[in-house]
Design a binder for this molecule. Structure first.
Ligand code: TNX
Length: 478
C-alpha cells in the first residue's frame, strides 16, 4: 500500500494516520452532493477499475463528496477513516482534483478489495494555470489520439490544454468561409517531412473541447500570426504581399513567413478566424502566437498587434501570446518561452499588473532531448532531463516576475520530430509529472529525492495503460 502523500503533485499538507485505512469492499458506494454527480461517476469508475466491485453512486455510500467553502477554486481536503472517506471542496473542479489523488492511491487495476491509506490531506494549487501544449501543425494527431493524451495528463492535475493548430507546414482547424485552409493545408503531405493529411473539423474540435471540459481541462486554441503563416498563404495567395502563390513547405525552418500588415485582406481573414475560433471555444483564452516573427519588422509587428489584440477582446476572449507580444504594451498574457535570464518586456507587462505563463524552454520544453542519445526531439535549448524539469522555481526565474505575477506554468510539446502518439507519450512522460508538481505544489514541500521515488511507481501504471515513457536513468523504476 502507498503512503497517503505518495502522489504527484505532492499535496500541500499530508497527515497520515496509518491505523485509519479504509477498505473498498463489495459493499462500498459513493455518495454525491447535489451538483457533483459527474465527479462522483469519475470516482466510482476509478474505484471499479481498481477493485472489480460494483461501487454504485447512491444516497448512503461511505465515500462522500461534499461541497463546502474554504478550499479555493481547485483545492480540496481528503479524509480517510476506517468507516468513511470524506472528499470536500468548494467546487466540482476541486472534487475532481481530489479524485486524481484518490486514483493514484489505488492499485493500477485489480480484482478484489483495495485499501486507501488513512489520514488527512489538505491541498490546493500554487498556480491557477497548469498547462501542456500539443503541436498539431507539424504533425497531426487525430481526435482519438488527443483524447488519449488528455486522459494521460489529467492524473497530474493539468487544467489547460493549449493546441497549436496552425504553422508554416499545415493548418489543422476547419474555418467557415475559408475552406481551402484545411482542404489544401490540411491535406496529404502537409506534415513535417511530407506526412499527413489531417485537420479537425469544427465539430471534431468542439467534441474535443467538451471531452476536455468533462475532465476540468480548458482548451486554449492557438492561431499563430503574424509569422508561421506559410500554410495559410499557400491556401490563399491573396494573403501574400504580391498576391502570388507561395510553395508549400514541410521542412523545420522558422521565421520566414509573415502576414501583410498593411493589407486590409489580412484583417478580414484574421477577424473571420478569431470570430470562428472564439465561437467554438468556451474557455476564456485565445492564443495568437506572435513568436519568431523574423520576417515582420518591429514597427509592423506592433501595428499588427494593435489591430489584432482588440479583435480578440471584441469576441470575448483574453489574448495569450508568446512573450514577444509584450512589446505591444497592450493587454495580453505573455507566455515566456526563451532561455534568457531576464526579459524586459515581460517584466514591464507584469509591472502594470499583468500575469505571465512560464514556459522557459530549458525547463519545460517537452520536445527537447532527454540526453545526447535521445532518438526523438531537438536540442536548441539544451538537454532536458527529469531533474532539470523539476528543479526550478517559476517565481524566481525572471527578475521582476514574482509569485503573484505568475499565472501558471505550461509545458509545450512541439512535434517536428514526433510522428506518432507513442513518440508524444515518450517525450511527455516522465517529464510532465515533474512540471505538474512545479505548477501545483508549494515550493517548500517539493523535494527531488522524494519526487523521483514517487515517480518510479508510475512505470507499471503507464505500462498497464499502454502509455510509452522514457525510462530515465535518474529514476529508480520499480
Ligand atoms: C521555437 S517556441 C518555436 C517553434 C518551434 C520550437 C521547437 C516558439 C514560441 N516557437 O516554432 O517548433 O522552437 O522547439
Amino acid at each position: 500500500m502507498r503512503g497517503l502523500g505518495d502522489v504527484i503533485p505532492v499535496p500541500a499538507r499530508v497527515r497520515p494516520v496509518p491505523a485509519a485505512a479504509f477498505t473498498i469492499d463489495p459493499g462500498t458506494a459513493v455518495r454525491a452532493a447535489p451538483g457533483t454527480a459527474a465527479v462522483a461517476e469519475h470516482l466510482a469508475g476509478a474505484l471499479r477499475a481498481a477493485t472489480g466491485h460494483r461501487v454504485p453512486v447512491d444516497g448512503d455510500g461511505a465515500i462522500r463528496l461534499v461541497l463546502e467553502d474554504g478550499h479555493g477554486a481547485e483545492g480540496y481536503s481528503l479524509e480517510v477513516r476506517p468507516d468513511a472517506v470524506i472528499v470536500a471542496a468548494q467546487t466540482p473542479a476541486g472534487l475532481f482534483a481530489a479524485v486524481q489523488t484518490v486514483r493514484q492511491l489505488l492499485p493500477v487495476a485489480g480484482t478484489g478489495d483495495a485499501v486507501l491509506p488513512g489520514g488527512r490531506i489538505e491541498d490546493r494549487p500554487r498556480f491557477a494555470y497548469r498547462g501542456v501544449m500539443l503541436d498539431l501543425a507539424r504533425h497531426f494527431f487525430t481526435p482519438d489520439e488527443v483524447r488519449s493524451f488528455i486522459d494521460a495528463i489529467v492524473p497530474f492535475k493539468i487544467n489547460h490544454l493549449h493546441l497549436h493548430l496552425t504553422d508554416d507546414q499545415g493548418w489543422r482547424l476547419e474555418i467557415a468561409g475559408w475552406p481551402r485552409l484545411t482542404e489544401v493545408s490540411g491535406g496529404p503531405g502537409t506534415g513535417v517531412g511530407g506526412t499527413g493529411p489531417g485537420f479537425l473539423t469544427a465539430a471534431e474540435y468542439a467534441e474535443l473541447v467538451a471531452y476536455a471540459a468533462d475532465r476540468f481541462v480548458t482548451v486554449v486554441p492557438e492561431i499563430d500570426m503574424p509569422g508561421h503563416v506559410n500554410a495559410a498563404q499557400v491556401a490563399y495567395p491573396e494573403l501574400t504581399r504580391d498576391g502570388l502563390a507561395v510553395p508549400p513547405r514541410h521542412d523545420r525552418a522558422v521565421g520566414y513567413s509573415s502576414l501583410c500588415v498593411d493589407k486590409e485582406e489580412t484583417y478580414a481573414f484574421v477577424e473571420d478566424v478569431i470570430r470562428e475560433v472564439a465561437a467554438l471555444t468556451p474557455g476564456p483564452y485565445l492564443h495568437i502566437g506572435g513568436d519568431e516573427a523574423d520576417a515582420t519588422s518591429a514597427e509592423d509587428y506592433r501595428a499588427f498587434l494593435h489591430r489584432v489584440l482588440p479583435l480578440v477582446a471584441k469576441y470575448g476572449k483574453r489574448a495569450v501570446g508568446w512573450h514577444e507580444v509584450a512589446a505591444a504594451e497592450l493587454p495580453v498574457v505573455p507566455q515566456f518561452w526563451r532561455t534568457a535570464a531576464d526579459d524586459a518586456g515581460v517584466a514591464r507587462a507584469v509591472a502594470g499588473g499583468g500575469q505571465v505563463i512560464m514556459s522557459p524552454a530549458d525547463r519545460t520544453y517537452l520536445d527537447m532531448k532527454y540526453d545526447a542519445d535521445s532518438p526523438l526531439g531537438l536540442d536548441w535549448a539544451g538537454l532536458l532531463d527529469v531533474a532539470r524539469a523539476y528543479d526550478w522555481d517559476p517565481a524566481t526565474r525572471l527578475p521582476g516576475v514574482g509569485e503573484r505575477a505568475v499565472l501558471g506554468v505550461e509545458a509545450p510539446l512541439w512535434s517536428e520530430t514526433l510522428g506518432s502518439l507513442a513518440d508524444v507519450q515518450t517525450m511527455t512522460f516522465p517529464r510532465l509529472p515533474a512540471i505538474a508538481e512545479v505548477a501545483w505544489s508549494p515550493q517548500a514541500v517539493r523535494d527531488w529525492a522524494s519526487f523521483r521515488r514517487r515517480l518510479a511507481t508510475f512505470g507499471p501504471r503507464w505500462t498497464a495503460q499502454g502509455i510509452a515513457y522514457h525510462r530515465s536513468p535518474e529514476v529508480p523504476w520499480a
